[in-house]
Design a protein around this ligand. Structure first.
Ligand code: AMP
Ligand code: ZN
Length: 136
């Protein structure tokens, strides 16, 4: 897609801080990092989100996320990772080209992936199980 910023970054049309590249992916540093080392796994081909990714490419992307995180751990001596992958505006996706966030975490830093825990009531559990099973 010619007007997609991540297509341009992944394919070298715009210079960026590239950590890694192979035939299918580029891994770049996020321009607005949530922590030191925050990186993005970008497929070179345009797919808007996880649902539009071919299965094999999606599998490759998550294997690559593991590889990049392992190397980042050695390089930056971080203590953990948040691996985040947003799909859809409702989930906070702002760039509609599939990407995986690799966010190194350091002891003592604040939680950034957090939610207010709800309650799984009996009614809710039955409703979800029923709807999920009939959506097969
Ligand atoms: P999301 O909210 O999951 O769609 O995340 C989009 C991410 O892309 C954000 O963390 C942005 O900081 C990052 N981003 C947007 N434009 C650029 C850019 N030109 N170079 C690097 N990262 C970018
Ligand atoms: Zn794109």
């Amino acid at each position: 897609m010619s007007d997609c910023i991540f297509c341009m970054l992944a394919n070298g049309a715009i210079p960026t801080a590239k950590l890694y590249e192979d035939e299918h992916f580029a891994v770049i540093l996020d321009a607005n990092p949530a922590s030191k080392g925050h990186a993005l796994i970008l497929p070179k081909e345009h797919h808007a989100n996880l649902f539009e990714m071919p299965d094999e490419l999606a599998a490759e992307a998550f294997i690559l996320a593991k590889k990049i995180a392992s190397r980042m751990k050695d390089a930056l001596k971080c203590d953990g990772f948040n691996i985040v992958q947003n799909n859809g505006e409702a989930a906070g996706q702002t760039v509609f080209h599939f990407h995986i966030h690799i966010i190194p975490r350091y002891e003592g830093s604040e939680r950034i992936v957090a939610w207010k825990p709800g309650t799984l009531t009996d009614d809710l559990r039955s409703e979800i199980l029923e709807k999920f099973q009939s959506a097969e």
